[in-house]
Design a protein around this ligand. Structure first.
Ligand code: UD1
Ligand code: UDP
Length: 466
């Protein structure tokens, strides 16, 4: 690695003050890569534009010269040799996120890691989801840190997107050389980054491991199985996940039933979501006396939205349900494209009165608005994975418009019914829910808001060799 490259990457916003401090060098036992770290971080004057992350310098050569900008000139601050290897002072973790549900799942983990000074954590965004409505708004709502790196891969076929993430992530992993990569969920960004890290000998921790729909036509099922197979630590949300992993031959020592980070996030944000203006904006607030009945619909699975017969069957059923109450439909971009391409817009309400009955299309909502909308709904119809879990905890009846679920705890303990995609069945199940009062929700074990804390404890123990 060239020194200039190293300097400009380590200090993207170079401070204008001179550095004065001491540095440590170390060498990773597993990878034999050397690292350097500024241990005594004394800057002369206030170093504007510097952040903690600029204090850790990772490089592969055995010698490094640390240089800083001083009035547009580079100033040497120290030359180091890897010969005086020390003990690794901090556990360096990296997480990769890419799609909407990933941002939600990583949020409690980033919060938890901040509480522990033995971790340094970097966040990489693959760029799989890039629209403000699917990405930036979640970073804002969840107060997530700005990603250290955005790979900006964008959309593409499965192969193109997966390959592009791998190509762009590899140098980032080599530069930072994390001791563990954290991945969440089951999207293309999950498998792509897990595979890249595993091939570099970096241990992978998979959060939300073990879920299985046993439906290999789902891209997510492929992503889950492959990610689990190459992960060192497997953090599981429900007992079915543990059972699946054991059946697949994963050692029980690697499997940890910790609860659900998506539910950690929900419990932390529920009160804040209650302040959201969405219910007023949609005209369903009853002047401070509760809310008018309404439903919520989300759809984005390719199997539901790319086949005309299936999509029309679902919309026909929901349109019949929506004659009795408005059904708000935040439309995922994949779904919007297909509704237009298949000429199915007539199922969506074009009334200017948003609270009029009918299927009311909306842009994808931010996390807090969507949580507030879900929390007060009479019924939720969805093909989402995460929403099955959220409705379980909120106690809102959920009809899953799929033939299977990888989250059976939401059916056993929660409010979820797997209703399939047959139009008559969807309508009949919805009628039954709307006629009968909701049954009380029972949370699956450990869905108590403490999953992230359990995960971080396990990671600490892994590095402590416990
Ligand atoms: C992806 C995940 C899915 C997850 C979902 C969450 C995979 C294989 N799929 O599905 O498991 O449930 O995210 O929402 O990883 N698009 C935009 N703007 C964006 C992103 C995408 O318009 O910011 C459009 C593009 O036309 C793109 C299409 O949506 O081709 C699909 O995006 P993609 O990320 O490939 O899959 P999702 O359906 O979002
Ligand atoms: N979500 C949201 N706004 C929306 C739709 C969904 O904030 O308009 C949230 C939802 O609460 C859940 C997550 O996005 O936390 C689920 O994402 P999605 O359904 O896209 O993916 P899946 O869970 O199926 O992978």
């Amino acid at each position: 690695m060239h020194l200039e490259e190293f300097t400009s990457r380590a200090f993207p916003q170079a401070p204008s003050q001179a550095f004065s401090g001491s540095l440590q060098l170390g060498c990773h036992e597993s990878t034999q890569r050397s690292w350097a770290r500024i241990v005594s971080n004394e800057w002369r004057g206030k170093a504007h534009g510097t952040e903690d992350r600029h204090d850790t310098l990772i490089f592969r050569d055995c010698m490094a010269t640390i240089r800083l900008h001083e009035h547009l000139r580079f100033q040497e601050a120290g030359t180091l040799r890897a010969a005086d290897c020390g003990k690794l002072p901090m556990i360096r973790l990296m997480s990769v996120v890419g799609a909407r549900p990933n941002f939600i799942k990583i949020s409690p983990i980033t919060e938890e890691l901040k509480k522990h000074s033995d971790f340094e954590h970097r966040l990489v965004h693959s760029g799989q989801h890039y629209d403000q409505l699917l990405s930036d708004n979640f970073f804002k709502d969840l107060a997530l840190p700005v990603p250290d790196v955005n790979l900006q891969v964008g959309s593409g076929s499965h192969a193109a997107q997966t390959a592009e993430i791998m190509k762009r992530l590899e140098p980032v992993l080599l530069d930072y050389n994390p001791q563990m990569l954290l991945v969440v969920g089951d999207v293309n960004s999950t498998i792509a980054s897990a595979l890249t890290a595993a091939k570099l000998g970096i241990p992978v921790a998979h959060i939300e491991a073990g879920l299985r729909s046993f439906d290999m036509t789902m891209p997510e099922e492929i992503n889950r199985k492959l990610t689990d197979a190459i992960s060192s630590l497997l953090f599981v949300t429900e007992q079915s996940g543990v059972d699946n992993l054991v059946k697949e031959g994963i050692s029980p020592d690697q499997i940890f039933l910790v609860g659900n980070v998506m539910i950690d996030c929900l419990l932390r944000h529920r009160a804040l979501a209650a302040d959201s203006a969405i219910l007023n904006r949609l005209g369903i607030s009853n002047n401070g006396c509760g809310f008018r009945p309404y439903g919520v619909l989300t759809l984005h699975r390719p199997s539901n939205v790319e086949n005309r017969g299936t999509l029309e069957g679902i919309l026909t059923a929901v349109e019949k349900i929506a004659r009795a109450l408005p059904v708000f439909f935040p439309v995922h971009p994949r779904t919007r494209k297909n509704i237009e391409a298949l000429g199915l817009q007539q199922y969506l309400s074009d009334s200017m009165d948003r609270a009029a009955n009918g299927i009311v299309p909306l842009d994808p909502l931010g996390y807090l608005e969507f949580l507030s909308l879900n929390d007060h709904a009479q019924i939720v119809l969805t093909d989402s994975g995460g929403i099955q879990e959220e409705t379980t905890v909120l106690g809102v009846p959920c009809l899953t418009l799929r033939e299977n679920t990888e989250r059976p705890a939401t059916v056993e303990h929660g409010t979820n019914q797997i209703v399939g995609v047959n139009s008559d069945n969807i309508f009949a199940a919805a009628q039954s829910i709307l006629r009968n009062p909701a049954r009380p929700a029972r949370k699956p074990p450990l869905w108590d808001g403490n999953a992230a804390s359990r995960i971080v404890t396990v990671i600490q123990q892994y590095f402590a060799g416990v």
